[in-house]
Design a protein around this ligand. Structure first.
Ligand SMILES: NC(=O)c1ccc[n+]([C@@H]2O[C@H](COP(=O)([O-])OP(=O)(O)OC[C@H]3O[C@@H](n4cnc5c(N)ncnc54)[C@H](O)[C@@H]3O)[C@@H](O)[C@H]2O)c1
Length: 496
């Protein structure tokens, strides 16, 4: 099928590459000439593992082109995806300017006598499907007032659930595809478009093998409003789960329990599930904050006070100050201290710094008079470009952030940080204090390496020892190195 994807960010570039890889003829368009030029040269404009390889494969298996001319691309397409940004306004409301402009341009490009499906992949507040329809119609009227009745199109909502860092995997092997539209023709066109995905009939790329347990992908066909709400509800619930783990962590710290053990213990309950229960310094990224704020705003427009959502945002806000509190507990005074930050990206495997906790932490530390040394394997260039006001000392590697530091804060759990030689790191510091903001390290190993260690929701070694009475968990689990809830789950299964 002939497809246009408007917007080549994290969602659009991946969607375009996946659809072309599945055999469709795709044109990806963007107003950002720099991004389009990079893509034409086979380079990804964003850091997303596997994307460049997938674009190369897409060129072999299907057809993929990159352009800044929306009109030419749209004219010949059967399906037009809108995947432009929908950032927050200061009020929390969604900024729909990019969506509105894209929708009008799409309408202006459509020709009479054909049928187009305009698919909204951007995350937009409920009702935007109707808005897109009205704006596309405006675009049509602007260019073909006399012939507008012969321009046929239907609008659908197809929310995106990919995770940055594993976007290719998530797009090729999704848990579900949500299609919302009042038009049966639009739904059947999109079912056909996604058929290779739903039936998993494509040969997987070597760098993104099909998971062994992968079956057919369910399609959930809904109204426009439900599809739009599904996306917001999903993000609201996921951010709530992390917030819940953080709240439990704060209580665990006070009572001497270990939040990793507690979350593993509750995650094995199928009604709860083990994902997204990692306590730390709070979630960030381009989606959770803006989407929860937007949903709150929508609820308020309808006279409803969404108190769980408000609490979820408040818990996350205060969780970010946990790092500063822990540093103050260890160092008392932060003015004049040197703090090393390991990681800048809001999570591993991405260069995305939108709403990243690192930026807020660095700003607070600088404001309090500390000096800040940083290292991130991917996001340093983006940080320099997007936050030139932050006077950070960018280091060549993780180990050199340690030089002369009074404390180190693990901000992003990049896998390579887990392999750091902690003893060498500690030796290079002025004072070996570690705040492990993602509970990446085994506290006992960190202490053995010479650190004064503080994780999130984990008792100090002293507290654990003094608690080691008959009510403690069995020793083997106690001594085990830090394991993810999944690993614990597997161990539990293996143990029957
Ligand atoms: N990033 C994620 O992980 C993710 C996941 C699910 C859903 N979403 C949603 O998908 C949407 C896109 O997110 P993103 O992270 O890819 O954004 P992004 O900012 O990385 O990319 C958006 C792109 O749209 C382009 N653009 C803006 N207006 C345009 C126009 N009129 N015509 C053509 N191009 C235009 C921009 O130049 C930019 O390249 C958002 O609504 C977001 O909430 C994002």
């Amino acid at each position: 099928m002939k497809v246009t994807v408007i917007g080549v960010g994290y969602v659009g570039a991946v969607t375009g590459a996946c659809l072309a890889f599945l055999g469709h003829r795709v044109i990806c368009v963007d107003v950002d000439e720099g991004r389009i030029e990079k893509l034409r040269q086979g380079q990804s404009p964003i850091y997303e593992p596997g994307l460049e390889e997938l674009i190369a494969l897409a060129q072999e298996r299907g057809e993929i082109a990159f352009d800044t001319d929306v009109a030419t691309a749209v004219r010949d397409s059967e399906v037009v995806f809108i995947a432009v940004g929908t950032p927050s306004l200061p009020s929390g409301e969604t900024n729909l300017a990019y969506l509105e402009s894209a929708a009008r341009t799409v309408g202006a490009a459509m020709e009479p006598g054909r049928f187009y499906v305009v698919v909204n992949k951007s995350t937009v507040p409920v009702g935007c499907g109707n808005l897109v329809e009205a704006l596309v119609r405006d675009g049509v009227m602007q260019v073909r007032p006399a012939d507008a009745a012969n321009v046929n199109f239907a609008v659908a909502s197809n929310p995106e659930f990919l995770r940055e860092g594993s976007a290719i995997h998530d797009s090729l092997y999704p848990g579900r595809i949500v299609l919302g539209s009042p038009s049966g023709r639009a739904i059947s066109t999109l079912r056909k478009l996604y058929q290779p995905l739903t039936e998993q009939s494509f040969a997987p790329p070597a760098f993104a093998p099909r998971p062994a347990e992968m079956g057919e992908v369910p399609i959930i066909s809904t109204s426009l409003a439900s599809a739009e709400m599904i996306k917001y509800s999903a993000n609201a619930f996921l951010s709530l789960k992390i917030g819940f783990a953080n709240e439990m962590a704060n209580i665990c710290e006070r009572v001497g329990a270990d939040v990793l053990e507690v979350m593993s213990g509750i995650g094995l309950d199928a009604r709860i599930g083990s994902g997204f229960l990692n306590a730390g310094i709070g979630w960030g990224g381009s989606c959770f904050g803006k989407d929860v704020n937007s949903l709150l705003h929508t609820a308020a427009e309808y006279g409803y006070e969404a108190r769980i959502l408000e609490a979820s945002l408040a818990v996350n806000r205060s969780q970010r100050s946990v790092v500063i509190q822990k540093l103050q507990e260890k160092l008392y005074i932060l003015k004049g201290r040197t703090i090393a930050l390991l990681g800048l990206a809001f999570k591993p495997d991405t260069d995305d710094l939108r709403d990243a906790p690192s930026i807020q932490i660095a700003e607070r530390l600088l404001h309090m008079g500390a000096r800040v040394r940083v290292f991130d394997p991917i996001a340093m260039e983006a940080c320099r470009a997007q936050h030139p006001h932050l006077h950070l000392r960018y280091c060549a590697d993780a180990l050199s952030t340690a030089d002369g530091a009074d404390a180190v804060v693990l901000v992003t759990e990049w896998p390579e940080f887990a392999d750091l030689d902690l003893a060498r790191f500690a030796l290079r510091m002025k004072r070996p204090v570690m705040i492990d903001g993602r509970n990446l390290f085994d506290p006992e190993k960190a202490v053995e390496a010479g650190f004064e260690y503080a994780g999130v929701g984990r008792p100090s070694r002293d507290a654990r020892t003094s608690n080691a009475g008959p009510h403690r968990v069995p020793d083997a689990a106690h001594r085990a190195p830090m394991r993810s809830p999944l690993e614990l789950q597997l161990t539990a299964k293996a143990a029957g």
